[in-house]
Design a protein. Structure first.
Length: 167
């Protein structure tokens, strides 16, 4: 139901390689420009030779920071799970966008809230809300009256997640 894990790996690895490539080109062009104009010699006289190591280290730090943030954001797109959750069926009462959206590559994701009535196999029914990031292609699926498989925490019935094993 959610994005493919291979997509996440390819997206972040490609982003890292692109960032390193752009950083190398930028540093290379700066270095050769400074070498030809003589500014590099002036910088070496003022700051010493360690200046270039600091600049390169800073650029690598920024690229790695961007890479880690992308991994974190893509990790937040993975659906929640309740490992020991019990199966049930949810019926949509209403759904609406929660206000947050994000783009991951060519995919657009929206945070939606799905208000549901959950019914377990014993016939107990209770209302709750599910908030989840979904691809734009799946936002319209959760219309009033639609039923789908969920898992709930028997110790806290308000904790309900979409059952990913049923899709």
């Amino acid at each position: 139901m959610m994005e493919n894990n291979n997509f996440s790996k390819k997206f972040t690895n490609t982003s890292l390689l692109m960032g390193l490539g752009i950083g190398a080109v930028a540093l290379g062009s700066i270095y050769f420009t400074m070498k030809e104009t003589g500014i590099g010699d002036t910088i070496n006289q003022i700051f010493g030779g360690s200046f270039w190591f600091i600049v390169i280290g800073f650029v690598i730090f920024i690229i790695l920071l961007i890479y880690i943030l992308q991994r974190w954001i893509l990790g937040s797109l993975k659906p929640a799970d309740i490992p020991n959750g019990l199966p049930a069926t949810a019926t949509v009462i209403k759904s609406y966008q929660a206000g947050m959206s994000m783009r991951a590559g060519a995919n657009q994701f929206y945070s939606i809230v799905i208000e549901v009535n959950v019914t377990n196999p014993q016939g107990e029914t209770w209302p709750t809300k599910i908030e989840q990031m979904l691809p734009i292609t799946q936002v319209g699926i959760f219309q009033p009256g639609v039923q789908f498989a969920v898992k709930y925490d028997p110790n806290n019935k308000s904790k309900v997640v979409i059952d990913q094993t049923k899709h």
